[in-house]
Ligand binder design. Structure first.
Ligand SMILES: O=C1O[C@H](COP(=O)(O)O)[C@@H](O)[C@H](O)[C@H]1O
Length: 260
């Protein structure tokens, strides 16, 4: 588990561009080292903005997109193609433009998918897919994702792990159904802390003043039940990627002084 650090960018546009550039470098390095790479995508405003910037990044095709596994950190449990699904938004921002291998794109099931409107079974299906992709050297029921991107909600939720909800206590399963999410839609599927913790690098990306308290608490030793963003760590690196507004109340010593 890695201690968190923060990088602060001037505004949300630079945050999205710089995070996209960072992703290109990270995926190229992973493909050079291991032949293929894997990434977990997030939804939300800045998460989708990063994907749109990735589609536009000058060095984008330094990544071999056919040797990339694409997963999701969470999904809104809605019919396939619904414009509110994180998958739909990620496809239109990035995946439709890069020639990814369809067999290596792993969306979370939709509410009109093979399990119908049963989010528990859909989450089990996703957990089984993660387990099939894990190798013995991953020492987990999920692959060691090269990057796991997460947004942060104003309430400090990450993926669809909301404060005080049962999913936060999950220690075994890698994907669970979420009911009664305070942000619509109420029914979702989410990776759990153990699945996110399998990632080599976890990037928490936040933009805007509305996230400043959540970011501060996540970096101040708060408990993950109240502040889920405090509970995620990558095996090698945990990085808060912020704009100045989201970083406005960082605890001292977290970002280099020149960055603010
Ligand atoms: O609903 C969701 O919200 C969070 C945060 O979104 P934001 O728009 O406040 O940045 C996102 O990380 C998650 O993937 C999504 O399902």
């Amino acid at each position: 588990m890695s201690a968190p650090s923060a990088v602060v960018h001037h505004d949300s546009s630079l945050l999205a561009k710089a995070t996209a550039a960072r992703a290109v470098t990270r995926l190229v390095d992973a493909q050079s080292a291991r032949g293929s790479a894997s990434i977990v995508l997030t939804g939300g405003g800045i998460g989708i903005a990063v994907l749109a910037e990735l589609a536009r990044a000058p060095a984008r095709d330094a990544v071999d997109w056919r040797r990339l596994d694409v997963w999701w950190g969470d999904e809104r449990f809605l019919p396939a193609g619904d414009s509110e699904r994180n998958e739909t938004q990620a496809r239109s921002a990035l995946l439709d433009h890069i020639g990814a291998d369809p067999d290596r794109v792993h969306p979370m099931p939709a509410s009109d998918g093979p399990d119908g409107a049963d989010p528990e079974r859909a989450a089990e299906r996703y957990a089984a897919e993660l387990a099939r992709a894990a190798r013995p050297e991953d020492h987990a029921d999920a692959p060691s994702f090269d990057v796991c991107m997460l947004g942060i909600g104003p309430d400090a939720h990450v993926a669809s792990l909301f404060p005080e909800q049962p999913a936060l206590y999950e220690q075994e399963r890698t994907a669970v159904a979420v009911h009664g999410a305070p942000k619509p839609p109420p029914t979702r599927i989410s990776l759990t802390f153990p699945a996110i913790g399998a990632a080599r690098e976890v990037w928490l990306i936040a933009s805007g003043e509305g996230k400043a308290d959540a970011v501060r608490l996540a970096l101040s030793g708060a408990g993950p039940t109240q502040i889920p963003a405090a509970g995620v760590r990558g095996r090698s690196r945990t990085l808060f990627l912020l704009d100045r507004d989201a970083a406005a109340r960082l605890p001292e010593g977290i970002a280099a002084p020149g960055q603010l």
